[in-house]
Design a protein around this ligand. Structure first.
Ligand code: PHE
Length: 464
């Protein structure tokens, strides 16, 4: 690197795998994957998702990590290093985490608030109608919670790749997995009789989640499932926002990229699958099929507290475990978002890590304030092309996820597939002597299939 500063690196492949898995496992695994699986024909969705993960997901993920390791540059600089004319793609890529960071921290703050409610034994309050809305419409508390979350993230990034990101991922990810397993087992053992005398059990809920439902299967429905699975996978693997390029640039040259990528995908998919086992049986048992329509904040902050409340005295304990687990998932994802930006600032402007972290913290606080106030002082509603009504947070989410990330991913496929050629990635993966395998598939994927699928997804999110 310039100025003789030695680039940080992960101490070994476990550190890299857990850090990248920490980025991949986030709110999406918990609040969207289970909902989509239940809506899209249970086992059908799961099978399609796994096939896509092994093909489309593998292609995107290995491409980004290999770009990072080859160029040893942050996302802002890496594309320009591959081809000077493509510098602009680096700028767009770096813009994505800059936009996502403030609203991810606002949501992280909501999780802190709920964890505190359960830790102080106030879970029953959180289950009251209107609790969530009155919390976010208040001016100061959501801001304080966001600041707590953001400071924790900045602290880890400030400590650097080894003593920060790697260390925290090595501690938090195993705990997260243990919590997910405990809650999943609990969720399968429950049963509940509602006021009308109907008894539902966790095992019945499991059936809804995993038994394939071919009812009313038409080509149109198949296409919807395919696109849902692809959109989810794309978001879940944290690609197209520079994170995997930044993390890839910290991977040792002798590490086996192929097996690391497989492990990251397995970790991410297992947690998403278990999140379904944790959530769907519990929601079905205590809230019935009507309760199952919720995803996103509605599921996490409205439906789940009601489910914990209906569990009786153990509900508060399960609620604690649940929100602690969600907090760990959100923290490790937010850390990766911030690292993509901080590493870019460091490389581009030759800043020290502490200065770059301080600058990004200030930017996130300023934009985060606007996000929080978007639910009260600055409230407005704007219709989006996909037909929903949006506040500040939703607009930032739409612009980053649906527009910019699609453009970055399509741009990456064109750059690698047609300009620098797939061989560059294959050589990077194979330079340690490991076989990449699926090479022909990789080439066809990156040149044709991935960009076409991504373009379809892009058009769909524009409402076309
Ligand atoms: N991959 C994360 C998830 O599945 C989300 C995420 C988005 C992480 C953006 C980092 C950046 O929830």
């Amino acid at each position: 690197m310039e100025k003789g500063v030695k680039r940080n690196s992960f101490s070994g492949s476990i550190g890299f795998v857990l850090a990248a898995a920490g980025s991949a496992v986030g709110l999406g695994n918990i609040w969207r994957f289970p909902y989509l699986a239940a809506k899209d024909g249970g086992g059908m969705f799961l099978v399609i998702y796994i096939i896509l993960a092994l093909t489309f997901g593998f292609t995107l993920l290995i491409t980004e990590v290999a770009i990072g390791r080859r160029t040893k540059q942050s996302p802002l600089m890496a594309y320009g290093k591959l081809n000077k004319k493509w510098k602009g793609l680096g700028v767009i890529t770096c813009l994505v985490p800059v936009i996502i960071m403030p609203y991810y921290c606002a949501i992280g703050g909501w999780v802190v608030k709920y964890l505190l409610a359960y830790l102080t034994g106030n879970g029953a309050n959180a289950a009251q109608d209107g609790y969530f809305n009155s919390f976010i419409s208040e001016q100061t508390e959501p801001i304080i919670m966001m600041l707590i979350f953001l400071c924790a993230v900045a602290f880890v990034v400030f400590r650097g790749v080894n003593k920060g990101i790697e260390l925290f991922s090595k501690i938090l990810m195993p705990i997260l997995l243990i919590f997910v397993v405990i809650i999943s087992i609990f969720s399968l053992t429950i049963s509940h009789t509602d006021d009308s005398g109907v008894t539902r059990t966790g095992m019945q809920g499991l059936g809804i989640y995993i038994i394939p439902d071919f009812n009313g299967m038409t080509f149109q429905r198949f296409l919807t499932i395919l696109l849902d699975a692809m959109g989810q996978l794309f978001f879940s693997l944290s690609v197209a926002m520079g994170i995997m390029i930044a993390y890839g640039s910290y991977v040792h040259d002798d590490a086996n990229l192929k097996s690391s990528i497989n492990q990251i995908e397995i970790f991410d998919t297992v947690v998403a699958f278990l999140a379904g086992i944790m959530i769907i049986p519990a929601v079905y048992t205590f809230a019935g099929t009507e309760g199952m329509g919720a995803s996103g904040p509605g599921l996490m902050f409205v439906t789940m507290p009601k489910v914990f409340n209906a569990m009786g005295s153990i509900g508060n304990v399960i609620g604690c475990l649940f929100f602690a687990m969600v907090l760990f998932a959100a923290l490790t994802s937010a850390i990766s978002i911030m690292e993509a930006i901080v590493s870019s600032f460091m490389d581009k402007f030759h800043l020290s890590r502490s200065k770059a972290t301080a600058i990004e913290t200030v930017i996130s606080i300023a934009a985060g304030l606007v996000v929080c106030l978007g639910y009260n002082a600055l409230y407005f509603e704007l219709p989006l092309p996909n037909g929903t009504m949006a506040q500040v947070l939703d607009i930032m989410d739409y612009v980053s996820n649906n527009i910019l990330m699609s453009l970055v991913a399509i741009g990456t496929c064109i750059l690698i597939g047609w300009i620098v050629k797939p061989k560059l990635i294959v050589d990077e993966v194979e330079k340690t002597g490991c076989k990449m395998g699926r090479k022909r598939l990789y080439t066809v994927m990156i040149k044709f299939i991935a960009p076409i699928l991504l373009a379809v997804l892009f058009l769909k999110s524009l409402g076309l």
